[in-house]
Design a protein around this ligand. Structure first.
Ligand code: AMP
Ligand code: ZN
Length: 468
């Protein structure tokens, strides 16, 4: 497997710490609102990544957090708490909001055939772990307490800007959005590990800590949850490109300070989905959710295909004509596969040859568009029987997850001539008698019909009849 690594800014051979095993971490959703289809692009491509690893024979353990506390609107230490904002908007408690939008998120994932990671952990369930981590960072002199909050001292990090390529002169993303700079910080880029003093006196969720009652910063959540389940060495960490700075940059700084060695070797980032005006937003313009697309008649899997048609490292523009095209391609693809005959056995050698071809395409920096080309080429390949094509499509679909091969629907019940309705009624009466174990009556009905030249045919799906 070759992958682009944001850390080294090059496409590299993927070598996990332990041969054949992948420890994978994904930044989960902040559950203060519905996910927009841009967020879902990231989760679709991460799902393909996990399934690609599995397709190539790796044993994957994947962990995802759910952010239900600590994520401020700026992604840094300024702005409002997103959860609190959601709760105020809907006049509900933070926990109610979290539960509702967590379920909505996993509902969207199910519709998009996104597999739920092996472990999903809400941040509010790991507060003691975050506190323990912050305590260690203070002991190791990487963190300091100032005016109620605990901060990470970024000047002590090994190479703070390694991932993002920023430099110290640049302002933090957060500070740009909200100019009220925190004067307690030793360095402009320092970030909060634990808040006790903040402008949100009405913060609903608070926990006791050695520094007073408060709540964790967003960044420590991911490091803490990741290490709790995957240990000190992580193979690959994923997210959207906006996570690179400050979130992942801060995760690296605090995690490496905590474990005392390099923590994660590969960083995988999905480029943004934009609308025609630019960045996708939950607060301005049309709030593009999966439910909105469904209400306009789009199949969620057409949206999945739309994402797979492009490389994950290229920005993608959403527009209705674009999704219309993807929808038409999807319908055509399903129709074509549905028309394949299910008779006969697949040719195992051909299935293996195509498995290898598909693996080669997606193992090269997860080239899903090339994977789809292999699928279309395979469907056109005249040397393959229908049964072989179906077997190959099923195999590719373990990664693509487009429901390419649909189960054959049972034959519709034949339309019965009105004059024969009495026979159907007799059949129903016989079925009811059988169910009640009144076999004498059931047999009598069969005999009565036989006298009229009507033979009953019983099968797994029910009873039909034939007239002499
Ligand atoms: P959030 O729920 O805001 O924490 O974001 C969830 C995921 O969506 C993160 O991995 C983000 O990096 C990602 N994301 C945010 N906006 C976009 C976008 N427009 N396109 C693709 N991914 C995005
Ligand atoms: Zn994260």
């Amino acid at each position: 497997m070759k992958l682009y690594n944001t850390l080294t800014k090059s496409v590299e051979e993927f070598v996990p710490h332990e041969a054949g095993k992948v420890k994978m971490y994904t930044c989960g959703p902040t559950v203060y609102h519905f996910a927009h289809i841009g967020n879902l692009r990231t989760y679709i491509m991460e799902d393909v990544l996990e399934k690609t690893f599995r397709y190539l024979g790796y044993d994957v353990t994947r962990v995802m957090n759910v952010t239900d506390v600590g994520h401020l609107t700026s992604d840094g230490d300024t702005g409002e708490d997103k959860m609190l904002k959601g709760a105020k908007r809907e006049k509900k408690t933070v926990l109610e909001i979290a539960e509702f939008y967590k379920n909505a998120f996993f509902g969207d994932c199910a519709k998009l055939n996104i597999k739920t990671p092996d472990i999903v952990q809400p941040a509010t369930g790991c507060i003691p772990e975050f506190i323990a981590m912050v305590e260690t960072l203070i002991e190791k002199d990487y963190a300091y307490f100032a005016e109620g909050n605990v901060y990470f001292d970024t000047s002590k990090a090994r190479d703070y800007y390694e991932l993002s390529g920023h430099n110290t002169e640049e302002l933090m993303v957060g500070v740009r959005e909200d100019v009220s700079e925190d004067t307690n910080k030793r360095n402009k880029s320092d970030f909060v590990l634990w808040f006790t003093k903040s402008k949100f006196d009405d913060q609903e969720l608070k926990w006791d800590s050695p520094w007073g009652v408060g709540y964790p910063g967003w960044h420590i959540e991911c490091s803490g949850i990741c290490m709790k389940y995957l240990g000190e060495y992580l193979d690959i960490h994923c997210g959207g490109v906006d996570n690179i700075f400050p979130h992942h940059t801060n995760e690296i700084a605090q995690s490496e300070a905590y474990v005392g060695h390099k923590w994660c070797n590969y960083w995988f980032h999905v480029q943004h989905l934009n609308d025609e005006r630019g960045k996708m937003s939950k607060s301005s313009g049309e709030f593009l959710t999966l439910s909105l697309l469904e209400s306009k008649g789009y199949d969620p899997l057409a949206y999945r295909l739309f994402c797979l048609q492009s490389h994950y490292r290229k920005p993608l523009t959403f527009s209705y004509p674009n999704i219309d095209n993807a929808g038409a391609s999807y319908a055509k693809l399903i129709k074509r596969i549905s028309a394949l005959s299910r008779e006969g056995a697949p040719d195992a050698d051909a299935v293996k040859a195509y498995h290898d071809k598909f693996a080669e395409a997606i193992a090269l920096d997860m080239n899903t568009a090339q994977g789809l080309t292999v699928l279309y080429d395979m469907l056109k390949d005249r040397s393959l029987s229908d049964a072989t094509k179906l077997a190959i499509a099923r195999d590719f679909d373990t990664v693509l997850s487009l429901n390419l091969v649909r189960e054959v629907k049972h034959e519709e019940a034949p339309v019965v001539d009105e004059a024969d309705a009495w026979i159907v009624a007799k059949i129903e009466e016989r079925a009811a008698a059988k169910k009640a174990k009144n076999y004498a009556l059931a047999d009598a009905i069969r005999a009565e019909l036989a006298e009229q030249g009507i033979t009953l045919i019983d099968s797994k799906t029910g009873t039909t009849f034939k007239k002499a």
